[in-house]
Write a protein that binds this ligand. Structure first.
Ligand SMILES: *Cc1c(COP(=O)(O)O)cnc(C)c1O
Length: 368
């Protein structure tokens, strides 16, 4: 026991204080545990449509090259992204998922003397990447589950190097209005990097989307990150990216592991990026499913946090864990969010019509 303690105490104090990230329960694990054949997972905000056929074809084509290292510069994917986003390739940094991008940013700009600022109920990766390098997390209480931008501005001090904003936020789905967001960024000191995490950008209503990438020319301290894990349906391959001023991209590239994107991920992401039909279908299925779920919540007299993403957090008005467990028994995996200080909520990813109905039926039964 004391051996374990002395080993534990070798770690950075910020690491000792971290709570390990708890992912959504894997389908196979629940099948093993309960001997269920049909299990539905609405727990990790994954695209319910399966991957784009174009991405699958690109992977097949690339398989014979697996003995070779991937293109460490990600030239083709960056070129495709640059064309689509109307930026230069030297503004793009690729990551093994956007979580990797967030970590690269933290390692580039934070050290134990500095802090990052983010909101209560914000994405769990922000404290992880901050505390893992011994920097301090400056967490600002949320207002009505959303970012308190004025509070966040006040929390910025001379030791702040990064502000993380998730828009929409996970696990709340809350959205910051684009003019308010721009006003916030404009008021940040130029010595503070603003990381705007837009993992759910593609799901947002067109009129609510901020033209955030174009703001980079005005605010050189702005980094916008996005991912192929959600609307592009490639969570298992791990591809994300960020767009920034070229100087920032150059710095991030010094920290980035040389081959952080595998070769299959690179070709699949490039193919998925150009599959407009798949993207549109994904958004359409999401909009329908969001209505299906929120209509059901209304019928069950449950409140939910209005969401601009591909999931919704519902308030069960009682501890959510027993309901989560009852849903597991029925082969439905959703996400408890007590670790986000939301013990009465469950976060449900939008699935197919069939999956959503399975969840609604199981929830209705579990609440009785
Ligand atoms: C899902 C998610 C990500 C993306 O993670 P990947 O590493 O790209 O799979 C990033 N930010 C938020 C807020 C998310 O919910």
């Amino acid at each position: 026991m004391s051996d374990c303690d002395s080993l534990f105490n070798l770690a950075l104090s910020g690491v000792q204080k971290l709570v390990p990230y708890v992912p959504g329960k894997p389908i196979e694990e629940l099948q093993r545990e309960l001997g269920l054949t049909e299990v539905i997972k609405l727990a990790s905000n994954e695209n319910p449509l399966g991957p784009s056929p174009k991405a699958l074809a690109a992977i097949h084509k690339a398989l014979p090259e697996l003995t070779l290292y991937p293109d460490g510069s990600g030239f083709k994917l960056k070129t495709a992204l640059a064309a689509k986003l109307k930026v230069e390739t030297n503004q793009i940094t690729l990551g093994n998922g956007s979580n990797d991008v967030l970590e690269i940013i933290a390692r580039t700009f934070l050290s134990p003397e500095f802090n990052s600022v983010f909101s209560q109920h914000a994405f769990a990766v922000y404290p992880i990447v901050t505390q893992a390098i011994g920097a301090k997390a400056n967490v600002v209480p949320a207002i009505n589950y959303g970012h308190d931008l004025n509070g966040m501005l006040k929390a910025v001090n001379e030791k702040t190097r990064i502000v993380f904003i998730a828009n929409p936020n996970n696990p709340t789905g809350t959205l910051i209005e684009k003019n308010e967001l721009k006003a916030f960024i404009s008021q940040l000191p130029p010595t503070v990097i603003c990381v705007l995490d837009e993992a759910y950008f593609e799901y947002m209503d067109e009129d609510k989307k901020a033209d955030s990438i174009s703001w980079i020319s005005e605010y050189q301290n702005l980094i916008v990150s996005r991912t192929f894990s959600k609307a592009y349906g490639l969570a298992g391959l791990r591809v994300g990216y960020c767009v920034s001023h070229p100087t920032i991209a150059d710095l991030l590239n010094r920290v980035r592991q040389p081959f952080n994107n595998n070769s299959l991920a690179l070709v699949a992401a490039e193919a998925a990026l150009n599959d407009e039909e798949y993207l549109q279908k994904s958004v359409q299925v999401n909009n329908q499913g969001m209505k299906q779920l929120t209509d059901a919540f209304k019928a069950l007299n449950l409140k939910w946090i209005p969401s601009s993403a591909n999931f919704v957090s519902v308030d069960l008005n009682r501890p959510a864990l027993p309901i989560y467990q009852a849903l597991l028994q029925k082969g439905v995996i959703v996400r408890p969010v007590a670790n986000y200080e939301m013990p009465n909520h469950l976060r449900v990813s939008i699935g197919t019509d069939y999956e959503n109905q399975k969840f609604i039926d199981a929830l209705t039964a579990a609440l009785k």
